[in-house]
Write a protein that binds this ligand. Sequence first.
Ligand code: NAD
Length: 314
Amino acid sequence: MVNMQKIAVIGCGFVGSTSAFSLIQTGLFSEMVLIDANKERAEGEAMDLSHGSAYLTPMKIYAGTYDDIVDAGIIVITAGANQKPNETRLDLVKKNVNIFKSIIPEITSRNCEGIILVVSNPVDILTEVTLKLSGFPANRVIGSGTVLDTARLKYVLGRHLQVDPRNIHAYIIGEHGDSELAVWSGASVGGIHINHFCELRGHFQHEEAMERLAQEVRDSAYEIIERKGATYYGVAVAVKRIVEAIVKDEHAVLPVSSLMQGEFGLDGLCLSIPTVVGQNGVEKVVDIHLNNEENEKLQASAKALKDILNSLDI
Ligand code: NAD
């Protein structure tokens, strides 16, 4: 029996610990288990987080073992090496696939029935690896995908247009990485097409602005890593948003990474498309409209991922 008030975080580095910090502030959980290959690290984070919880919702936070996660409603995996300066997310692949080969059997051998949320990079590849190694149904394996990139897009657009990012409907889809794309054809603000809203704000060079802003989003992880070595606050909030949608059964539309099963002519790989997310995990991949150029870019993004998957021994 899964307990939706119990969450496990595997990997307690920058991303795991900041995700845990944002999760304890939701008030959604009564229990959080932290696991890390470095047990002392998990213990230290659990102690530190527990002290904060005294002013939040009371909950039990502890460093545990895989035996402690059996009934966890959600298992967040952030374990793995992170991107080094000038390293692409895809360069990380072999290192992190091997780490997942040690983690996933620990979960499946205990018949866990919760939802796995993969955050480690390259997230689309590792979501697919998790699906294959776990044998879980596709709805129960979710990658954080382009939820972070979409937040970045909304942020840069909000700044550009002087409008609340929450009133912008626009998505980054495809790979969480270099081949991702912005779906400009369906982007809107306050119910009108984005180009029209741009004109209301005195911006008329649409092509130039779209190119510049999408590039800023695509390069933002590199820019942050160059300055401070890792990115973690943005993704921690993205993790919180996905987890909240699951636990509260929100049926929220989020661009998580999940298994493509014929959508856009794609099969047998995970990437991000706006998806209805609720307590069963992936409910429905939304068949969004793409123009020809966007569809070509999505196919290229899928091909880049497929080439990597084909080179892996999974
Ligand atoms: P980090 O090095 O700070 O932490 C990784 C942690 O994983 C370490 O504490 C390490 O001990 C632990 N670990 C390694 N092998 C393990 C194993 N077998 N079992 C349990 N724990 C293990 O790295 P980080 O900055 O926290 O990044 C973690 C991952 O998140 C990286 O892959 C990074 O690229 C990714 N990331 C994803 C996004 C996203 O949007 N999806 C954003 C930022 C970072």
